[in-house]
Design a protein around this ligand. Structure first.
Ligand SMILES: Cc1ncc(COP(=O)(O)O)c(C=O)c1O
Length: 426
């Protein structure tokens, strides 16, 4: 904390550009912490917020509902195969807490003693205690290890770091066999929780084809609920509306957040299948209902802007557009790889992770006494780009609707920044 001093103050945003209080302009390569879709100050989204604010700014969802929230729930169900109901919250971590509670209570409601949770190593689902427990990135959560609840964690295949003695393909089979063996032996496992499509905060580990689908099949075979986290990877980030559709793994419970409102208001949602929802029905005295609620749940301004955002996805064919624009990333792959501290480049859709190493042969992550994040932030700022690293990984997560021209510029600036920061690590 003391390394940073004063933080750069952002005064305004327009399109993919941020302007600070000294008048410096930076391309937002972080997409407002991975949630921005249409760029900043989009007039359509701004006007929806303005109009909704004149009518109803907030009203509780306790015994009540509101039109934007109802419309949004119907819309989310329409775009989410296999899902039947929506439970609102106001951030991704809460949406995951709710997912976990629904999964555990489902079995209680059914009168079955399934209380354990399986996950994959290195996952990230948010910073609250339940979310930390089902995730676990040691650097983030190590200090709270004792307070986290126990989960059963399985390895994830990472093509760049395959353990000795395995080919990548063998290692995938090995991971899946481990999962199947455990789920077949242990009938206390309530749910399998994982990010959908890729682990993002855990280092942009993109699952190999078929990996998630096979986990889904194993879960079905052994009666374990599949809980997917689409918060960072869904809504177009990885080039399809929902990763679970692309991966052919329909979950029992799924969480959305980040891009749900285009990145303009705070909102998240947990969706459940009919089977799961029905287990919560009963007379009050059966105590089958879910005790969970947040003050700003189903906020009408957030719901109104989310409705507009999803309408715009459809009207502007954003998924197709992302698939086309994302090719710009590939055009720069060779040039990025030429920088000697680049160990690996992982890319899909509007997400790229550039892993930096001090020794390519040994794949030693770059290290520094100073914050790597700060080094890149400052170098990026000099080059007119807002960058944020995760450990030794430069993350490129721009607004989804970025133009090819702006993405081109963003990648040129990224290369310049890595080259400029290089001397800190060699
Ligand atoms: C996959 C995933 N799940 C959950 C979260 C938590 O969301 P929030 O920061 O809105 O609490 C994040 C945040 O980065 C995430 O990447």
């Amino acid at each position: 904390m003391s390394e940073w001093g004063a933080f750069t103050q952002i005064e305004s945003g327009k399109g993919v550009w941020l302007t600070d209080s000294d008048g410096n302009r930076m391309i937002d390569a972080v997409g407002s912490m991975w949630c921005n879709v249409w760029g900043h100050s989009n007039p359509e989204l701004v006007s929806v917020i303005k109009n909704q604010s004149k009518n109803l700014q907030h009203s509780s969802m306790f015994n009540l509902t509101n039109e934007p929230a109802e419309k949004l729930a119907a819309r989310l169900i329409r775009i989410s195969p296999g899902m039947s109901r929506v439970f609102y919250s106001d951030n991704g971590s809460s949406a995951m807490e709710i997912s976990i509670k629904i999964a555990l209570q489902y079995w209680k409601n059914k009168g079955e003693k399934k209380t354990e949770i399986a996950t994959v190593k290195n996952g990230y689902h948010g910073d609250t205690f339940g979310a930390m427990s089902v995730g676990y990135v040691p650097e983030f959560f190590g200090k709270f290890k004792k307070q986290l609840f126990a989960t059963i964690q399985f390895p994830v295949p990472n093509k760049y770091r395959v353990p000795k003695g395995f080919t990548f393909s063998d290692y995938q089979d090995h991971c899946l066999e481990k999962i199947e063996r455990k789920l077949s032996e242990n009938n206390k496992i309530a749910a399998f929780v994982m990010e959908s499509g890729a682990q993002v905060a855990g280092g942009v580990i993109i699952y190999p084809k078929g990996f998630q689908r096979k986990i889904g099949q194993i879960c079905k075979k052994y009666g374990v609920l599949l809980v997917l986290d689409e918060i960072a990877t869904g809504f177009g980030r990885m080039g399809s509306m929902l990763q679970y559709e692309e991966q052919k793994s329909i979950p029992d419970i799924v969480a959305y957040g980040k891009m749900l409102t285009g990145g303009y208001m705070t909102m998240a949602a947990t969706l459940a299948s009919k089977k799961v929802y029905d287990s919560f029905l009963g007379e009050f005295n059966n105590w089958k209902h879910l005790f969970h609620g947040h003050t700003y749940t189903g906020n009408p301004m957030a719901a109104a802007v989310a409705n507009k955002n999803i309408e715009m996805y459809q009207k502007n064919h954003i998924i197709k557009r992302i698939q086309k624009t994302a090719k710009v990333f590939e055009r720069y792959r060779a040039e990025i790889s030429e920088i000697d501290i680049v160990g690996d480049i992982r890319h899909k859709g509007m997400l790229m992770g550039i892993e930096l190493v001090s020794n390519r042969a040994r794949k030693t992550p770059i290290r520094s006494k100073k914050s790597i994040n700060k080094i890149f932030f400052e170098e990026g700022k000099k080059n007119g780009i807002y960058l944020r690293t995760l450990g030794n990984i430069v993350m490129l997560v721009p607004p989804l609707a970025i133009s090819e021209k702006d993405l081109d510029l963003l990648l040129q600036k990224t290369i310049k920044t890595i080259q400029g920061a290089r001397h800190h690590f060699v």
